[in-house]
Design a protein around this ligand. Structure first.
Ligand code: G1P
Length: 291
């Protein structure tokens, strides 16, 4: 079973400036917690037990968030604020650990994943890109379904969703003979990073959730710079697909691209109205706007 997940968080988040000027974009709050918490919880809900952050020197606040904060805990305890104490000490279940490695240079997503090679060892693993939030019910966690499918077939699983044809140049795009139904996978004929509009093999875009075999690390070591002059994970997956089956998994849930400002606002709206404590009041606020 897949127990390790790589979360590349070293990117500087220029699409999210000025908010990301002095805090990591992953720490920007969606309702009442940082965006990264949603991604980590998605991984944990899929059975992941070790989160590997591939990070940057300016982003220590992400590691701090998942660490204990003794001073804060003692203060809350002394003030008998037990609800808050529970909130901050139970962000992760006890069987889940978060460790980090640095990506010393911004050489691309493929390079970021390769930075975790020694921690991954010979285990198969998941990759979750933290810009995109994937909203599922716990019972229907897409990543979990991908992991189950991987256990069954040993074929790498690449999560995809349909995008408008004029946006294909912003994503990895897969080539499939037959598009899979939601919640299902089908064998890919190819994958290409950010194809020019009009040249894409389909409109099925790579969402940023992957289940990959350990051997992808060796392929990444031999992957030359590609689109954007960066080492692309997509290119290593294309190389893998030439030697064994790789499958596109079509997601059931909903995505929010929190790397973009409008995607972020959409996420706040959706997670806000479903918040167990704030949801009802937040809905009333939206209705009161009478747009
Ligand atoms: C990365 C991947 C791309 C994927 C996208 C999803 O690109 O390289 O294949 O479609 O994430 O958000 P980036 O957005 O980092 O340029």
């Amino acid at each position: 079973m897949i127990k390790k997940a790589i979360l590349p968080v070293a990117g500087l988040g220029t699409r999210f400036l000025p908010a990301s000027k002095s805090i990591p974009k992953e720490m920007v709050t969606v309702v009442d917690r940082p965006a990264i918490e949603y991604v980590v919880k998605e991984a944990v809900a899929a059975g992941i037990e070790q989160i590997v952050l591939v990070t940057h020197s300016s982003k220590a606040s992400i590691e701090n968030y998942f660490d204990r904060n003794f001073e804060l805990e003692t203060t809350l305890e002394n003030k008998k604020k037990f609800d808050l104490l529970k909130e901050i000490t139970e962000i992760l279940p006890p069987n889940v650990s978060v460790i980090s490695v640095r990506q010393p240079q911004p050489l691309g997503l493929g390079h970021a994943v390769l930075c975790a090679k020694d921690i991954i060892g010979d285990e198969d693993f998941a990759v979750l890109l933290p810009d995109v939030l994937v909203k599922n019910t716990d019972a229907d966690n897409d990543l979990n379904l991908m992991i189950q499918r991987f256990s069954l077939t040993s074929a790498a699983q690449i999560m995809v969703e349909a995008v408008p044809d004029d946006l294909v140049d912003q994503y990895g795009i897969v080539d499939v003979t037959q598009a899979p139904a939601e919640g299902e996978s089908s064998i890919m004929q190819g994958i290409v990073e950010k194809p020019a509009v009009g040249t894409a093999p389909s409109n099925l875009s790579v969402v940023g959730r992957y289940v990959l075999p350990a051997k992808i690390m060796q392929l990444l070591e031999n992957t030359p710079k590609g689109a954007g002059n960066e080492i692309q994970l997509t290119d290593a997956i294309a190389a893998l697909q030439k030697i064994e089956n790789v499958e596109a998994y079509r997601m059931k849930g909903q995505t929010f691209d929190c790397g973009s400002k409008i995607g972020y606002l959409k996420a706040v709206l959706h997670y806000g109205i479903e918040h167990p404590k704030l949801g009802d009041e937040f809905k009333q606020l939206i209705q009161a706007l009478k747009l």
